[in-house]
Design a protein around this ligand. Structure first.
Ligand code: ATP
Ligand code: MG
Ligand code: MG
Ligand code: MG
Length: 471
């Protein structure tokens, strides 16, 4: 019998507890209030950031967690990958073991290898590793202590094997990664990255200067969905049991293909996957109290929900559907994350409200875009959706510009994003005089109702974050 995703999660925690690690709960997707450097928790190490810097004060030397992660914004942004790669989600669970001066590189590598090959019985011949070119210590451990053949150890540069949290400050260091041979013919798809072992050796300050940390710390992260795809022997995360119930629920929604935005079958699977993925992300965010808004975290949530609604439109799904899917999410992950079930009423209320808001203007906006696509582009150049159109869609129909960009790319068009930013900035400045208890882009007709805006402000989600960038 194959292990379920829920069992694999537990097995990981049990194993590392047996290895002397203290199991701790996941922290929130919204990092601690004082952490302004990060929009969302994007790795297991985030809640331990300070402990890497001051390991002597860490309450436990060895810790294990399963961390809720979101990569939809900032340096680690996988929003555009979702639906199109077998391995990326916006929301995913990261299995991790951590050491704050409790063990060295040798022990960290040995433990990871033992978990994969002795506990999970993955065949060694289907594993491959990478190290940072200058990290000769890790290379020697893999080669001589673990016995990985040299043609299975890649020595790569900092772009691949130096880990840092995001822009600017924080603990960072070289990493070594473990890949699984999926057997895929395409060399790009063949090696699936499953586990990243980071050796926190430095602190990078705001100016970019590295200083050595007092003690070597270890931070590892392995995607539960990827590991589950390996153990269940399926070609993508979306085919694991972690997604099955949700995808079945999506496929069971009443759909009218004649109203669909896609012809043929090519885009059905990606759109179904986008919906399942985005429902997980928005469900978890809403359960934590983040609500859709026009800035910062609320805006990321809004973009995710609106992309899901548009994916449903692409499939010809009739009527509002996101709230109908929520029970499938609670069924799949509600046991591991009780907040999903506990907050059902609030989540469903917000999800339904946001879907309704966008649905009222979605078709009109799409028609406008279609008109643009019918205009004849200058020959020999990639056709461009002009800034005025992109801004009109944003301002009048509530289309986040990344959604316009997504639709444009499907058609082989691009969007004048720089021009869009200028227009939005002009509009923002113009509305500043009259800014009074309204969100920064309150000119977005229909984008924020009184009640939604009120909740947003009540919870203290002010627009302090200004670093949102598309890429
Ligand atoms: P990739 O190269 O596949 O995008 P990454 O190098 O960005 O992955 P890390 O930052 O090293 O990923 O994160 C540690 C682990 O978390 C990865 O090895 C992978 O198992 C998992 N992971 C990372 N990003 C995602 C994602 N978007 N969806 C699901 N799992 C992920
Ligand atoms: Mg990545
Ligand atoms: Mg990688
Ligand atoms: Mg990696």
């Amino acid at each position: 019998r194959l292990w379920t995703g829920n069992e694999i999660r537990q097995r990981f925690l049990d194993h590392f507890q047996e290895q002397g690690h203290q199991a701790l709960p996941s922290s929130g997707l919204v990092p601690k209030a004082d952490d302004r450097s990060l929009l969302f928790t994007n790795a297991g190490m985030v809640q331990f950031k300070d402990q890497f810097l001051r390991p002597q004060s860490a309450p436990f030397k060895r810790v294990t967690t399963v961390q809720k992660c979101l990569r939809a914004g900032g340096k680690h942004n996988d929003l555009d990958n979702v639906g199109f790669t077998p391995r990326h989600h916006t929301f995913f669970e990261m299995l991790g073991n951590f050491s704050f001066g409790g063990y060295d590189k040798l022990r960290a590598i040995q433990m990871a290898w033992a978990f994969l090959t002795e506990v999970l019985h993955l065949p060694k011949a289907r594993l491959r590793v990478s190290v940072l070119t200058t990290d000769t210590e890790s290379y020697a451990i893999w080669r001589h202590q673990v016995g990985v053949p040299s043609d299975r150890i890649d020595q790569l540069g900092e772009a691949d094997n130096f880990w840092s949290m995001g822009h600017g400050e924080g603990p960072c260091g070289p990493c070594t990664e473990i890949f699984w041979d999926t057997g895929a013919a395409d060399p790009e798809a063949r090696w699936l990255e499953i586990w990243n072992l980071v050796f926190m050796e430095y602190h990078r300050d705001a100016a970019g200067t590295l200083t050595q940390l007092p003690t070597l710390c270890v931070d590892t992260g392995m995607g539960l969905e990827r590991l589950t795809s390996v153990l269940q022997d399926v070609p993508s995360n979306f085919e694991t049991d972690l997604f099955r119930g949700l995808l079945d629920a999506v496929a069971a929604l009443p759909a009218d293909p004649s109203r669909a935005g896609v012809t043929g079958n090519r885009m059905i699977a990606p759109n179904q996957r986008i919906i399942a993925d985005h429902l997980r992300a928005s469900g978890f965010l809403l359960a934590e109290g983040v609500v859709p808004g026009n800035a910062g975290r609320g805006y990321v949530l809004r973009r995710i929900i609106r992309r899901a609604v548009r994916a449903g439109q692409q499939l010809g799904i009739e009527g509002p559907f996101l709230t109908q899917l929520y029970p499938a999410l609670v069924a799949s992950l509600g046991k591991a994350y009780p907040e999903l079930g506990d907050r059902t009423a609030e989540v469903v209320d917000q999800l339904g409200g946001e879907e309704d808001l966008f649905r009222t203007t979605l078709s009109k906006g799409l028609q406008q875009l279609e008109r643009t696509f019918r205009t004849v582009p200058t020959t020999g150049q990639t056709p461009v959706v002009d800034a005025a159109t992109a801004f009109y869609l944003y301002d009048t129909h509530g289309f986040p510009v990344d959604l316009v960009d997504l639709i444009a790319r499907e058609r082989g068009w691009t969007v004048d994003l720089a021009g869009f930013d200028q227009l939005r900035e002009v509009a923002r400045q113009r509305s500043q005089d009259t800014w009074q208890g309204r969100s920064p882009a309150a000119t977005t007709k229909g984008a924020v109702t009184g009640s939604h805006c009120q909740t947003w402000q009540d919870r203290g989600f002010t627009s302090t974050f200004t670093g949102y960038h598309l890429s």
